[in-house]
Design a protein around this ligand. Structure first.
Ligand code: 3HC
Length: 696
């Protein structure tokens, strides 16, 4: 766990303690106990003049062992704070030799040292806020005392990491090293041990007030936008504000108490669930299958999705052939790509040479022959089976026999596309989310014949381009869009029953959704789901309730933001939804035509009707094996549908409410609203056996 080496220099001996706890050198209780013991020994060893702390491999330390957060505090002794106190109060100089990634408790350990030397590739951060907690081992109190409250606030409230160079500039890092890291750290320790000035220690008094007294309020507003509905950023800011009025010891006690509240709260539990859920989802489904390299990709269709996919690939340095059926369509797509990159340059997210490099990786083509040598083609053409089938037949005839053919369809049958080719094993779905160059989620859709190598190759590509791949099976809408159907269905029913669009959206936004379902429909374009409803119409039983509200809105030519109107009105060039009395009237007409008596609808009913519709469908998806794990569904909803991370996804949310309670409400809806609410057998089984979705 902790290796100890005594390094001998002309100036004396240094104890080098190295954390060895793969995969990330997490600071679990065994590591803490071993480190505490090694520190005691080094301090007691009269031959040792200084102590250097480093990590094995590419990590200094990835921080506290998050899995331990679920165990009671008494089982976790010694706590990290005790170890950091030892480092800080050591009579011998302590130097952190930061050999790579130092995050959370890992960086807090380094902050407990008197000095820090880092390799130039080091990553330094306090990302606790992303797990719904705050740096609870002194980070909120020591960092501002070291680098000033303004810089510390930025790092802690954002949770974003900085590099060694930035660390040097703000004073977090004292020296940068290359291959000589440990030697440099040892020499620094010996130099201090022998100097008259003695060890540098943090000032335990309150921190100097920032020049701009507004920084805390500004940070709260920024956190409200970025971490909507999350309490942890506000607690981080409160801890930093506290440093202006309290001593280090008082501040540490305040931080400890706030950390304890957060770590036991529902939000952090949900955020930790998502942390591990993402990692499970991203694991190759078959660890023994070797992915084939994908170094050259074709994208068919230069529309919004195709352009975004091409950008995602080019951003990761992968050459792309972007193809459309005619030059005009290609030129339009190319303009959008250029404009998107230019916007990134204006926002300083990219510099001009980087933009040019990326554009140079996208070759434009109208001739399918240009795709004859690529490793993978992603079709992102119009959402119509006949169009897609024709493209697949064509690709099959001209692409290399080992090339993978993927479709970006959001609901169509991958098996039918596979059947149009002579290589069904290499046909797969890659459902990107819009804007594809921004959204992390990628549903990888496995057809009945898709082979394991194709899946592994797509997973490997997804990770390379910074996406979170989740494996799903074939059904209408796969996981994400299939669940959206009952969710929006209930939103439309609630309109007929008495709610207004702004009430439905408002309740769900207050629940934490990035956007309510009606605004989301307007943004995505109402014509897409309209086309799907028309396609499904022949199979829809006549006795099943159906809302005509969305169809009537589309029939008026109101297709959402792009036409300036949908469920709401939009002023020219604005994305702000304005409630429209025309729609209120239309809703009333639809209700009357269906014989529905309108009534007052509570926010609670809106949440239950929409959320439990998601959960019930999610349970069916699990029963059918369309999703591998219930946590995969949570990842899909958090990463792709604006579901609040602090609620952990729909299935985790249901677990939090309690499955017997969710089932009882669904059974009531079943009695009141009919067969669309028949409870999923899996939900019944779990509720009656006292289990949860997360136990599956
Ligand atoms: N605790 C427990 N497990 C952790 C962990 C942690 N802090 N960090 C990573 N892991 C696990 C992952 O779950 C994964 O396990 P698996 O193989 O069984 O799925 C394995 O380590 C490897 O993780 P990644 O796949 O994420 O590896 P990467 O190399 O891609 O990324 C990383 C490494 C950047 C360290 C990333 O894992 C990460 O961001 N970890 C979380 C870092 C963090 O938030 N630290 C703060 C913890 S809270 C804290 O320190 C509280 C303190 O203030 C008191």
């Amino acid at each position: 766990m902790i290796s100890k080496q005594i390094e001998v220099f002309p100036g004396g001996q240094v104890a080098v303690l190295s954390i060895q706890n793969p995969p990330v050198n997490g600071l679990g209780s065994a590591v803490r106990a071993a480190l505490g013991k090694a520190l005691d020994e080094a301090i007691a060893d009269t031959d040792v003049l200084a102590i250097v702390l480093t990590g094995a491999g590419r990590f200094f330390s990835g921080g506290a062992d998050i899995r331990e957060f679920n165990t009671p505090l008494t089982l976790r002794e010694p706590v990290l704070r005790d170890i950091i106190n030892k480092l800080e109060s050591s009579p011998k100089p302590t130097v952190a030799a930061i050999n790579g990634i130092a995050l959370g408790g890992g960086l807090e350990l380094a902050l407990g040292c008197h000095y820090r030397v880092a390799v130039d590739k080091a990553t330094l951060g306090l990302p606790e806020v992303k797990l719904g907690v705050l740096p609870g081992a002194g980070g909120t109190q020591r960092l501002p005392r070291l680098i000033g409250v303004e810089a510390a606030l930025e790092i802690i409230a954002s949770g974003d990491a900085i590099n060694a160079d930035q660390g040097l500039r703000c004073g977090l890092v004292d020296q940068i090293a290359q291959d000589d890291l440990v030697t440099k750290a040892c020499l620094l320790g010996l130099q201090v041990a022998g100097s008259e000035d003695g060890i540098r220690r943090l000032n335990p008094a309150a921190v100097a007030a920032p020049k701009n007294p507004e920084i805390f309020e500004q940070a709260r507003q920024k956190a409200g936008r970025r971490y909507r509905g999350c309490v942890a950023p506000l607690e981080c800011i409160a801890c930093l504000e506290k440093t202006l009025t309290t001593s280090l010891d008082e501040g540490l006690e305040f931080e400890r108490q706030r950390f304890q509240v957060l770590v036991n709260g529902d939000q952090s539990k949900a955020q930790r669930h998502i942390f591990f859920a993402e990692r499970s989802a991203m694991k190759l489904p078959d660890a023994d299958v070797k992915p084939e390299p994908i170094n050259h990709v074709g994208v068919v269709g230069a529309g919004t999705m195709g352009g975004g996919i091409a950008m995602s690939l080019a951003n990761a340095g992968i050459p792309v052939v972007l193809l459309d059926r005619d030059q005009a369509a290609l030129d339009r797509g190319w303009e959008i790509i250029k404009n998107n990159y230019s916007a990134s340059v204006s926002r300083k997210k990219l510099d001009q040479p980087q933009m040019e490099q990326r554009l140079a990786l996208i070759r434009r083509a109208v001739d399918y022959q240009e795709l004859s040598d690529v490793d993978l083609v992603i079709e992102a053409a119009f959402e119509d089976m006949a169009v897609k089938r024709e493209i697949f037949e064509r690709l099959d005839a001209l692409c290399r026999p080992d090339a993978i053919l993927a479709s970006n369809t959001s609901r169509l049958d991958i098996n039918e596309l596979a059947a149009a080719t002579s290589r069904p094993g290499q046909v797969i779905g890659t459902h990107f989310f819009s804007p594809a160059n921004v959204m992390r989620l990628l549903e990888v859709v496995q057809g009945v014949q898709t082979n394991r190598t194709a899946i592994a190759s797509l997973f490997s590509l997804a990770r390379k381009i910074g996406k979170t791949p989740v494996l799903v099976g074939v059904c209408d809408g796969f996981v994400g869009n299939r669940m959206v159907s009952p969710y929006t269905r209930e939103a439309h029913f609630l309109l007929e029953e008495g709610a207004s669009p702004e009430q439905v959206d408002g309740a769900l936004q207050r629940f934490g959704m990035a956007m309510g379902p009606l605004r989301m429909g307007d943004m995505a374009g109402l014509d897409i789901s309209w086309a799907a409803r028309k396609r499904m119409a022949p199979t829809r039983p006549a006795h099943i309730r159906y809302s005509r509200v969305a169809d009537r809105i589309c029939e008026m030519g109101r297709l959402g933001q792009k036409t300036g109107a949908g469920f709401y009105r939009y002023e020219e060039g604005s994305r702000n939804p304005v409630p429209d009395p025309v729609i209120d009237e239309l809703i009333k007409e639809c209700a009357q035509a269906s014989g529905i008596e309108r009534r007052d609808i509570s926010d609670e009913e809106i949440i239950q009707r929409t959320m439990y519709a998601l959960v019930n469908e999610g349970a069916r998806i699990l029963e059918e094996g369309i999703a591998q794990r219930s946590s995969d569904i949570d990842v899909i909803y958090v990463a792709g549908y604006g579901f609040p991370v602090f609620r952990g996804g729909p299935m985790f949310y249901a677990d939090t409410v309690g499955l017997p309670q969710v089932l009882a409400t669904i059974e009531r809806f079943h009695a009141e609203h009919g067969e669309l609410w028949a409870p999923a057998p899996l939900l019944k089984e779990l509720a009656s056996s006292g289990r949860k979705f997360s136990d599956l």
